[in-house]
Design a protein around this ligand. Structure first.
Ligand code: AKG
Length: 266
């Protein structure tokens, strides 16, 4: 799937592009069917709150789920990444962030590149994220919020903040956010399961806790240009991959074809 010229212009101007219902209900159901199995695994890649045992998410799912291995190589994600980043890309980080109904997980304002630069030695912000909604995302279940155009400022000042259960996140000050938001406002892409958001690695973003009875699972794939590979990783491989091989796309029907069993997706 190729992005149009105007979609690329939107990404370059706003730092993000929202694509409603990029994946069908049937495709999303294949991925969602994996979640109970993944979240019950006793693996270090599955992240839980230490005291409440609330599931926060999972990392590197391509290593233990065929369906998520297929999504990682999906052409509807990969071809836009080639267009936006202008190069072969590899997977820097792959994760599901889970916000349980009435859960506590939230994220302060940050730019992802700040943490990738500091923790992993990523040289330049030549990386991007895709977010794929596994559930309907609404204003109550903890949507991501962006400041449009904030990526154009490059890496801004931030400080490492120790968050429970997660490596320190480089977070931005309220003064920085106030100045950015006064200029460009705050937006929050919401929509049905299967919708996707592509966003720049310097996009200022945040998300609040889920105050609703509806779970919110979002898959994030971080693609990095192969020539921008990380130089000095300090975190486990499932936070910052050491495999810099270019991702090669599978056919467009890869989820329905290979999502249920062992396959070339591995
Ligand atoms: O899923 C969310 O609510 C935000 C996740 C996020 O900002 C991150 O992982 O950097």
């Amino acid at each position: 799937m190729k992005l149009s010229k105007s979609q690329i212009e939107t990404f370059n101007r706003d730092g993000f592009l929202f694509l409603p219902e990029l994946f069908s209900e049937a495709e999303i159901n294949i991925l969602k069917a994996e979640l109970p199995k993944i979240f019950s695994m006793d693996r270090e890649e599955i992240e839980r709150d230490e005291s409440s045992e609330e599931i926060r998410g999972a990392f590197a799912m391509h290593e233990y789920s065929t369906a998520f291995a297929a999504l990682l190589r999906h052409p509807r994600l990969l071809e836009p990444a080639h267009q936006i980043l202008g190069s072969d890309v590899y997977c820097h980080q792959y994760k599901i962030i889970t916000k349980q109904a009435f859960g506590h997980l939230d994220f302060p304002w940050h730019q992802d590149f700040a943490s990738w630069h500091a923790h992993d030695g990523m040289p330049e912000p030549k990386a991007m994220n895709y977010a794929v909604f596994l559930d309907d995302v609404n204003e109550f279940n903890g949507p991501i919020a962006f400041i449009p155009g904030s990526h154009q400022q490059g890496e801004l000042s931030s400080i490492p903040e120790a968050l429970p259960g997660i490596t320190p996140l480089y977070t931005m000050s309220v003064d920085t956010i106030k100045a950015l938001a006064e200029e460009n406002g705050i937006v929050s892409p919401k929509g049905a399961a299967g919708s996707a958001v592509f966003f720049h690695s310097c996009m200022a973003h945040t998300s609040a806790p889920n105050i609703s009875p509806w779970p919110r699972n979002i898959v994030y794939l971080t693609c990095n240009r192969t020539d921008n590979y990380i130089r000095s990783p300090t975190r486990p491989h499932y936070y910052a991959s050491r495999t810099f091989e270019p991702i090669r796309a599978l056919p467009d029907n890869c989820l329905s074809k290979w999502g249920h069993d062992q396959s070339p997706a591995h």
